[in-house]
Design a protein around this ligand. Structure first.
Ligand code: ATP
Ligand code: MG
Length: 402
């Protein structure tokens, strides 16, 4: 009973935090402060939904510290694992900067891990030079203590099952085992803003994820053609974007009513040009919305040769519809590779739900795979585009995706 109470009481004093190691942003020299500030802000904003956490940075490390004991650390860990700009992270316990306290805390905090393994080694880092023991001394002392507490263990400095790391830093001593790989990339928002054309398919959510990883803040445009496309199809896109938002952070989704434009194309243009003209309208409308909202590039989920509208000739005709750069991060990828990422970011099972997309509503039987721009333009001129584009933009619906 006495021992039980002792364990309980010491455990309740043990504070657990999450340590985040910065990624590529450390390379950015003078911009570093700006990067770090943006990253801190987005970590705080995202953790806000989970509970109260103190987030501070020092010595290339960010400390995520729960304010209350009952914080949901699993959820917090999952949240930070998806934030770009973080190369690695680990849960750690905080101990007082006292060698005996460090030993006790390590034995208790890592007891399950150490029970389950056969070999270990200690890595000690002392960045607080006022701490009276040097790193090798900390390693030796703690190693001996753990060998005594867990007699089944042996030390293996080359290929240990577990690496126990002790970092003696300004604010305390941190004890952890292992380090998880973070989301990598660059903090969202440090690279400007871009507008993704989002469908309900597999590709565009993956494209969104990939460009957010390179530091872009996102806005999303979706074209809907009711009654040919349903409310459910739009809800599917909302669900996809909210999964993307776990990585990209919050964003706005603009839904453009596209029925009238598609009907006009069907009525006035040659069937084999339907798809390419429709895609050109998408680019033009997206570009205007992007400009209006301060985005500097468009993003699509196109992959070269995947379908008729994604041949080199079709892409040339699509590109000619706008002047903004168009980022196509999936251009050189196979479907299998794209699916692998979509599974990883948890969008795959939503993407494969069978709802119609406006692209599939009026598909020509024999789309042009080698369209010539002159002919495309001649077909397009049969439509009085400007009023249709203006009307579509006027009737855009906005949603917040968090
Ligand atoms: P996805 O899996 O992203 O739907 P896809 O292989 O089905 O791609 P397409 O339907 O030809 O390809 O669309 C190519 C790209 O055009 C998409 O990746 C997306 O960026 C954009 N797009 C297609 N449909 C829409 C839509 N309804 N609204 C907005 N953008 C769209
Ligand atoms: Mg599609």
């Amino acid at each position: 009973m006495g021992i039980f109470v002792h364990i309980l009481s010491s455990r309740s004093y043990m504070k657990e935090i999450i340590l985040l190691k910065l990624g590529e942003i450390v390379l950015k020299g003078l911009n570093r402060k700006n990067f770090e500030d943006k990253l801190l802000r987005s970590i705080r904003r995202r953790l806000y939904k989970i509970g109260e956490f103190q987030v501070k940075a020092a010595q290339s490390t960010i400390y995520v510290e729960p304010v209350h004991d009952d914080a949901d650390m699993d959820e917090a860990e999952d949240c930070v694992s998806k934030i770009f700009g973080i190369a690695a992270y680990a849960r750690a316990c905080v101990a007082e900067k006292d060698l005996d306290k460090i030993k006790e805390a390590a034995a208790e905090y890592l007891s399950e891990t150490l029970e389950d393994c056969k070999t270990f080694k200690i890595e000690a880092k002392r960045s607080d030079k006022k701490f009276p023991f040097k790193s090798p001394e900390i390693s030796a002392e703690l190693g001996a203590y753990l060998l005594e507490k867990f007699p089944h263990l042996t030390v293996d400095v080359h290929q240990p099952d577990v690496v126990v790391t002790v970092e003696v830093r300004d604010f305390g001593a941190y004890i952890r085992s292992g380090l998880e790989r973070g989301a990598g990339g660059i903090p969202v928002g440090t690279g400007g803003k871009a507008c993704v054309l989002i469908s309900g398919g597999i590709d565009s959510p993956v494209a969104s994820f990939m460009m957010a990883k390179r530091g872009l803040e996102l806005m999303a445009v979706h074209f809907a053609s009711p009654p040919y496309t349903s409310e459910r199809a739009e809800e599917k896109v909302v669900e996809l974007l909210s999964r993307v938002a776990k990585y990209s952070g919050r964003l706005k989704m603009y839904t453009v009513p596209f029925t009238k434009i598609q009907e006009q194309i069907r009525e006035k243009c040659k069937e084999d040009y339907f798809t390419i003209i429709m895609r050109r309208f998408m680019m033009k409308i997206s570009e205007r919305l992007a400009q209006d909202k301060g985005a500097q590039a468009l993003i699509t989920g196109e992959s070269l040769g995947q379908v008729a509208s994604q041949t080199i000739g079709a892409i040339a005709c699509t590109d000619a519809a706008c002047t903004m750069p168009v980022f196509r991060p999936l251009l050189g990828m196979d479907k299998e590779e794209i699916i692998e990422i979509s599974r990883k970011i948890n969008t795959f099972e939503v993407s494969i739900q069978p709802y119609e997309d406006c692209c599939t509503v009026f598909t020509p039987k024999h789309p042009r795979t080698r369209p010539e721009l002159q002919k495309v333009l001649a077909e397009e001129e049969k439509i009085d585009s400007e009023p249709l584009i203006e009307e579509a933009i006027l009737n855009v619906a906005v949603r917040d995706i968090v």
